[in-house]
Write a protein that binds this ligand. Structure first.
Ligand SMILES: *Cc1c(COP(=O)(O)O)cnc(C)c1O
Length: 388
């Protein structure tokens, strides 16, 4: 019997066997001809996955927070004004990073946890002041709120702000069309919907973001995040002429290229549609089991994860029973409601059978803590969506 548990958290996620095999290969030199080809191809593929043909990809060893740091370090100069569209924990983090590089930050906050600021409110803020940059968290992993990135990016463009999207829990799962939607910089980390073990910060900067970087008056305040160092490296590998700044994460980049190939084989539109369908099935199950989600309305909800309040009389001990039933889920993250809800990631290589296994394990866990519900109701609701 297989006794490995299913990891259904909002990153790290379950990785494909092909990706994991690439991680286990003998490590080559970072200037070996076959690695140069792999790195160059991964950069080309990133443009396709971000749907940004005119973008400049950056692949740097680090986590998603480093990708956020890189965006702020290269685009912000002390005294610049930045607007943060705040939907939760990771929006707070972006505000803190921007401030660290000297930005004056204004935040438009959601009216309640699980909600997102209205477009009109963001527009009113943009009208009021000359912002150099605005940030949007595509999917706030603390609340499962999905922002209207398309609408917000159009507003940012209209008022002349660079549009920066934290897509760490979104890129390659949630629909995002960087170039078409006018997003100047989008970023993610390897361990979420991109489907590679933790360790890579991924950024695609569009032409306006690169112009803002080239027009800086003051040097970038971080040695390790400075595009002055990284741009020649990325351009070098893409033209198959390696250059050195810091040793690239060879096996992770190998695995990234495998995963990006699998993503593009599926096709971006098919991938977005699969995430929508699996999310709908899972959320139908949660509702059928009598649980309420953190996002206040279905149109505010991400497709890469679900955040659900525990039912009355149930607390996080249920997560232990769900784990015993074979599925690992995540607890709460947003400090105000941390003990009252849990989170389920369903992104990347996730399949209908993963959804059913997870719903089944949740039903077992709920039964063990004495919660009363109609056995099988969650599974039936998910099946009703998944049935061809
Ligand atoms: C996970 C996450 C981050 C942070 O990424 P790390 O890899 O943990 O540094 C940032 N933003 C969002 C939206 C995330 O989901």
């Amino acid at each position: 019997m297989k006794n490995r548990k299913l990891l259904m958290i909002p990153g790290p996620i379950e990785f494909t066997p092909e990706v994991l095999r690439a991680m286990g290969m003998a490590t080559t030199s970072h200037v070996a001809p076959n690695f140069i080809e792999v790195f160059g191809q991964a950069l080309e593929r990133l443009r396709q996955v971000f749907l940004c043909p005119s973008g400049q990809p950056f692949v740097i060893a680090g986590s998603g927070t480093l990708a956020m740091d890189t965006a702020a370090a290269n685009l912000i100069e002390p005294g610049d004004k930045a607007l943060v569209v705040n939907t939760g924990y990771f929006s707070d983090r972006f505000a803190a990073i921007l401030e660290r590089y000297g930005a004056t930050v204004t935040q438009v906050r959601a009216p309640a946890i699980g909600d997102a600021p209205a477009l009109e409110e963001v527009e009113a803020a943009l009208k009021g002041d000359g912002y150099k940059l605005m940030t949007v968290t595509h999917v706030d992993t603390s609340t499962a709120v999905g922002a209207d990135v398309k609408g917000l990016a159009a507003l940012g463009r209209e008022y002349g702000a660079l549009v920066v999207v934290d897509g760490v829990c979104a890129v390659a799962g949630e629909e995002m069309r960087q170039e078409e939607w006018g997003i100047d910089l989008a970023l993610t980390a390897s361990q979420k919907a991109i489907g590679v073990p933790p360790g890579l910060a991924l950024v695609v900067a569009g032409p306006r973001a690169l112009d803002a970087f080239h027009n800086r008056q003051i040097p970038v305040g971080s040695y390790c995040s400075d595009w002055t160092k990284w741009l020649p490296i990325m351009e070098g590998y893409e033209s198959r002429q390696p250059r050195y700044f810091g040793t690239p994460a060879v096996n992770l980049i190998w695995a990234l290229n495998v995963s990006l190939g699998q993503i593009l084989d599926e096709g971006m539109d098919a991938r977005f549609a699969r995430h929508r369908r699996l999310s709908e099935a899972f959320k139908a199950a949660i509702t059928a089991l009598g649980m309420k989600q953190v996002p206040v309305a279905p149109d505010k909800t991400a497709t890469t994860l679900t955040a659900s309040y525990y039912p009355d009389g149930v607390d996080r001990t249920v997560l232990g029973y769900i784990k015993e039933a074979g599925v690992i889920l995540a607890g709460g993250l947003h400090p105000d409601i941390k003990t009252r809800y849990f989170r389920i990631g369903h992104m990347g290589a996730v399949s209908p059978s993963d959804i059913l296994a997870t719903v089944g394990a949740i039903e077992q866990g709920l039964a063990q803590v004495g919660y009363e519900f109609e056995a099988g109701a969650g599974l039936a609701a998910a099946q009703a969506v998944l049935r061809p």
